[in-house]
Design a protein. Structure first.
Length: 290
């Protein structure tokens, strides 16, 4: 088997592999920039919380209409937005901090979602919702993911300056007459949208991985926000391609393989990244001592 056969044959011969690749690329296009801003705003764990927050809504959609793309998407989107609003409200009207508020809703949502699916579905249905079926993406799912990615890019372009200012100088928004809560609300909506679109491919447990791992890895290669976003996009695309190849040749589940590849690239970046990687920092110390 030649190198070309190894790298290209799965996608040339099988349409489901091409669909999975296109879906993952579209997902990376929307999720990676969102992940960068989650990391910069020190809200990385919130992505995981929101990924679980959509579970009961998706489960209700499943309970009503089975594995229906429209019903599960609408349910997940509604549940995610409700949890985001409730968690923010609780943190503002009580002494509870936002991270603790999100953690509480995360645990409730996860338990409620699993319970609702178990009422009607089988363990296979539960695995489908939790871990996704990236190799079974149809045209409707691809259109949904692509539409969310497009909307995310346009929306982030519109509020880009506000997002950057809120990351580093929230007071600037008040001086400029821009509502910080408004920017924050739009950003949370984009987080929920990308998680809802992505869970059809990678499941509610895995989708946050393609959002956060490339963003964390990009931190060790880029110093500017725009370059960090590009680096995160590239890492997410490479992880998706490599993960699908690994799953095909090694007969492994595709979703976990993609996230493991993203995790591997993240580990390499932490170790050898040109910007504050472990090896670079060690070399600097030795150079200074010499």
């Amino acid at each position: 088997m030649t190198l070309a056969d190894l790298l290209l044959t799965p996608f040339l011969e099988f349409s489901f592999m091409r669909r999975a690749l296109v879906g993952c690329f579209a997902l990376a296009l929307g999720a990676a920039p969102v992940g960068v801003f989650l990391m910069l705003r020190r809200m990385s764990l919130m992505g995981d919380v929101m990924a679980h927050a959509i579970l009961p809504g998706a489960a209700v959609g499943f309970l009503v209409a089975g594995l229906s793309l429209g019903a599960m998407t609408a349910g997940g989107l509604t549940a995610g937005l409700i949890v985001a609003l409730l968690a923010g409200l609780v943190s503002r009207v009580t002494p509870l901090r936002e991270d603790a508020s999100f953690a509480a809703f995360y645990l409730i949502s996860l338990a409620a979602g699993v319970l609702i699916v178990s009422m009607r579905g089988s363990s296979v249905d539960l695995m489908h919702i939790l871990f996704g079926t990236v190799l079974a993406l149809n045209d409707a799912a691809l259109r949904l993911i692509a539409s969310i990615a497009t909307l995310t890019l346009f929306a982030m372009a519109a509020i880009y300056r506000g997002l950057v200012a809120e990351c580093f100088d929230p007071g600037f928004l008040r001086v400029a007459g821009v509502s910080g809560p408004f920017v924050h609300l739009i950003f949370l909506a984009l987080v929920v949208l990308n998680l809802v679109g992505g869970f059809h491919a990678l499941g509610t447990l895995m989708v946050v991985g393609i959002m956060m791992l490339p963003a964390v890895a990009a931190r060790f290669w880029a110093s500017q926000i725009w370059s960090m976003i590009l680096a995160a996009l590239l890492i997410a695309v490479v992880a998706s391609y490599a993960g699908l190849l690994l799953s095909y040749h090694a007969n492994l589940p595709s979703g976990p393989a993609i996230i493991l590849m993203a995790g591997g690239l993240c580990g390499i970046s932490i170790l050898a990244g040109g910007r504050d990687g472990v090896l670079v920092r060690l070399f600097r110390r030795r150079h200074l001592k010499a």
